[in-house]
Design a protein around this ligand. Structure first.
Ligand code: HEC
Length: 233
């Protein structure tokens, strides 16, 4: 019973070092969804879009960029509502770039008045800025990682009330950008794995009240009292 418990404990402590210090990613899907909701165009935006953007696209672009005749693979039908600024941002960026550079509409085709072009450009750009302000920044995922030495020490103390100094037994943690908590550099080397296993045995035996390294019991038995039965092969 005792033995079974101690080997289970050793196994548990062995993997304690590999406990993953993975916080849940700071921006979860719920936040992302609400971020998008906030970026949804207001009524005011929709009105401005209908007044300043749609007519220009319909008049100057749609003749060549429609469902039947999608010149250059572009159909402005996908860009007729304010939501498209969020949904088809890359497409809008291309459109702005072509208009700004004067490439579109092509030479020889009547272009919209300069004031209309300017209004369209500045409106879409301010929409980009508004969307960028409301969407929560996505810092990405936190890489799952092993505990570093001080975290290991603290974890063993908190879980098992054993005072184990990982900084004496384990190799120095690699650091990245000056921090020793960077998942991408906290690797598990074969040496560290060996130390984990050795440490686990010591920690487990201390946790269940045995000394760190039980001394072999030595006692001298007087020669004449020894039992001289031959060893069983
Ligand atoms: C007379 C026809 C015509 C009109 C009008 C026209 N385009 Fe084009 N457009 C083309 C053709 C042809 C191409 C493909 C060849 C090229 O890229 O020059 C093209 C390509 C493009 C592309 C590149 C598509 C891609 O994915 O590479 C964009 C963006 C574009 N047009 C935007 C506009 C916008 C915005 C307007 C209105 C302000 C407009 N065009 C008006 C004929 C037209």
């Amino acid at each position: 019973m005792h033995l079974k418990f101690s080997s289970a404990l050793i196994a548990a402590v062995s993997i304690a070092g590999l406990l993953l210090a993975a916080n849940s990613p700071p921006s979860d899907s719920k936040q992302k969804a609400s971020g998008h909701k906030k970026a949804a165009p207001s009524k005011n935006t929709a009105a401005t879009f209908e007044k300043m953007v749609q007519p220009v696209l319909a008049k100057s672009c749609a003749p060549c960029h429609n469902e039947q005749l999608a010149s250059g693979g572009l159909n402005v039908g996908a860009f007729v509502n304010p939501a498209s600024v969020t949904q088809h941002r890359e497409g809008w960026e291309k459109i702005l770039q072509k208009i700004r550079s004067g490439e579109m509409p092509p030479q020889g085709v009547p272009r919209p008045p300069g004031a209309q072009v300017d209004a369209l450009l500045s409106f879409i750009q301010s929409e980009f800025a508004r969307i960028d302000r409301t969407v929560k920044p996505d810092p990405g995922r936190v890489t799952a990682r092993r505990l570093n030495r001080s975290e290991y020490t603290n974890t063993i103390r908190d879980l098992l009330a054993v005072d184990f100094r990982a900084e004496k037994d384990f190799p120095t943690d690699d650091s990245g950008h000056g921090f020793d908590t960077i998942g991408d550099v906290l690797t598990v080397s074969p040496v560290l794995m060996e130390r984990y296993i050795v440490a686990a045995e010591r920690i487990a035996s201390r946790a269940i009240g045995r000394s760190a390294s039980p001394k072999a019991a030595r006692s001298r038995i007087p020669l004449q009292k020894q039992n001289h039965t031959p060893a069983v092969a």
